[in-house]
Design a protein around this ligand. Structure first.
Ligand code: AVJ
Length: 329
């Protein structure tokens, strides 16, 4: 008899995934709209197919990308304090849960009864949810695959349960400031009058440091940016030449944001859904904005969105910040 001595890992628990991933048709219509605009633009959510989610995990490990490392450092040193200020035993919703490393640093202190990770990268979400359900059997895990910019149907919260919303990574920076305020106001409704929002914001700092984080020496960010075009080809049937584009990222000091672009190396065309879009040499497709705030600027924005800033935690260099906001009553 041959015994399978390798298969000693216990199977991970099955976790039901609530799937609201946008359909290819709706992604195509957003792409058509963006490529018809002047200048051309594509939405950053298109970064996160399976390959894009993997590349983003590699970005988080880069020496130049200070954001993730600094955020995790704050959670490690201030986790107890953060959890005490948030209140324990609630239902926790996380927007853009990604690889799920950050919540692990909060769970033991925060003791949530339910955890609802929301992410657009379905495969990563599914496996992360199963690992978390395995490692934290006392938490009810409800993964939701969705574009969280659209209305969410989260019908599994126990009535009357307190809700904590966690928006890590400084991903709010992808929104224009006016949209950011409107989005924060929606999150206030999701959290409810007795809930809270824990949100991470990358801080303004010297241009060189910011630009380095989006122009890494290993070229991973360039690959991440170009992967959006690969994704158009594989998932949306577009005709596009990857080697016809190069990565460009810079800090726009006046606007207070990093801009990422794909620059056309030569005159060429992209075909999507039988529509042809011409690009001149040097023409750009704007793929991402990443706004940076000062602590005061962000607190003003939060107040305009109907919150009371309760606490803010930063690292010793003040590179990055984590804010606890509660609905203004
Ligand atoms: C996930 C939106 C916070 O803007 O820093 C990383 C994405 N883009 N490198 C960021 C990103 C290029 C990231 N966010």
């Amino acid at each position: 008899m041959i015994r399978n001595t390798h298969n000693t890992q216990p199977a991970l628990p099955e976790v039901h995934l609530h799937d609201f991933h946008p359909s290819p048709a709706s992604l195509i219509s957003e792409v058509l709209e963006g490529l018809a605009a002047t200048p051309k633009v594509l939405p950053p959510k298109l970064f996160y197919d399976h390959r894009g989610a993997e590349l983003f995990e590699r970005i988080c490990e880069l020496p130049e990308y200070y954001l993730t490392r600094t955020e995790i450092g704050i959670l490690e040193s201030r986790g107890t304090e953060i959890a005490a200020a948030m209140g324990t035993g609630a239902c926790m919703v996380e927007l853009g849960s990604g690889a799920g490393a950050k919540v692990r640093l909060l769970f033991d202190h925060l003791r949530p009864t339910m955890y609802v990770p929301i992410d657009i990268a379905r495969l990563q979400l599914q496996s992360v949810a199963r690992e978390l359900a395995n490692d934290y059997p006392w938490i009810e895990v409800h993964p939701v695959c969705a574009d969280y910019c659209r209305p969410l149907h989260l019908e599994f919260f126990p009535p009357g349960a307190r809700r904590l919303v966690y928006f890590p990574g400084s991903t709010l920076g992808n929104f224009e400031p006016a949209q950011a305020a409107a989005f924060l106001a929606n999150l206030r409704d999701l959290a409810g009058a007795d809930g809270a929002l824990l949100i991470s914001i990358d801080l303004k700092k010297e241009t060189r440091r910011i630009e380095g984080a989006y122009n890494d020496a290993a070229g991973v960010t360039a690959e991440f940016n170009l992967n959006m075009l690969a994704r158009l080809r594989h998932d949306l049937g577009a005709e596009v030449n990857l080697d016809g584009f190069r990565h460009r990222a810079f800090y726009n000091l006046e606007a207070g944001r990093v801009e990422m672009h794909l620059i056309s190396r030569r005159p060429q065309a992209i075909v999507v859904d039988d529509r042809t879009f011409h690009l001149e040499e040097g023409e750009t497709i704007h793929t991402e904005n990443s706004y940076k705030y000062s602590i005061g600027e962000f607190q003003d924005l939060a107040q305009r969105a109907g919150y009371r800033p309760v606490r803010v935690w930063t690292d010793p260099e003040e590179l990055f910040s984590i804010h606890l906001l509660k609905p203004e009553t």
